[in-house]
Design a binder for this molecule. Sequence first.
Ligand code: GAL
Ligand code: CA
Length: 346
Amino acid sequence: MKRKKAAAGVLCCLGILFLCACTQHQTKTSDRLYVGVACYDQRDTFLGELLNCFKEKMSDMESDDLKTIVTVRDAAGSQKTQDDQVKELIDAGCNVLCVNLVDRADPSEIIDLAREKEVPIIFFNREPVAEDLRQWDQLYYVGADAKESGVMQGEVAAEVIMSDSGIDRNRDGKIQYVVLEGEPGHQDAIIRTENAVETIRSKGISLEKLSNGIANWNRAQAQNRMQQLIAQYQNEIELVLANNDDMALGAIDAYVKLNRTEAGMPVFFGIDGTTDGLQAVVDSKLAGTVYNDKVGQADAMAKLAAALITGEGMDEIKYKNGKYIYVPYSKVTQENVGEYLRKSKK
Ligand code: GAL
Ligand code: CA
């Protein structure tokens, strides 16, 4: 009899324990933010820095009520690889995806995979076309306005050109320039170039385009392309407008390799404010840049991801057209670069 009672007691306790374990498990899954990040190419300097900021924001967000996990996959430039990686991330149990498309015109397979399992997607940095973002109501975009960065690069460059008559080295009243461009088809390539050039002209500066070269955001490719341009135009180039800092730094590398002194070099402008870009402004190698706010973008991605899972904070997010979050750019000059460097070293 005693034995039976004891056995019943044990069973009862086990039952309670089991129930507790279940409820505990349930709260845990609902408050677990597991973000799968798909990156187009992790060798890209700006993206590497943006992802570091994102991981930091996600771990800052962790609390007793919210557990956060981040898994990053690198597509190394292949959309097919990225599609497979997204499938794996969903199968592994991610409840939010952050996708940096390889081909920003080809997100359909990823959208279908995510919609089937109801995993929301935050696209970032490489903006899908508006029509694709309308395919499902759980699709968002975090990035920045390309036009704004082009205008700001033009303003920074115009100010430097107007304050230094020595930039017009052949004194013909015109500034001979070349452009180093990012990937063709990227929202930040053509738009940045057009707006930078137009803004400089709008300040009354006369520009003469010598050439342009595509260097896919990449420092080594920009160095190569610049070497060809120097061979072709010799000392004629007075201004280099690069769509990002890495390409501006690559152009400087080309001149350094030729042992050119500063007096024999054009002025260079970039966009991004990467750690190396900011340092080059401090060292007066880069005349100026535009800050692509990786901290702000990472913060917006992390807050949106958390809001999508917890349901809290969704109303505080400022969207454009219900789906877009554009984080503002800002101008980096010799005068204010110190502030940015401090921020990026934090
Ligand atoms: C741009 C950035 C580039 C490169 C590119 C990749 O916004 O300025 O440096 O990272 O994104 O998509
Ligand atoms: Ca000139």
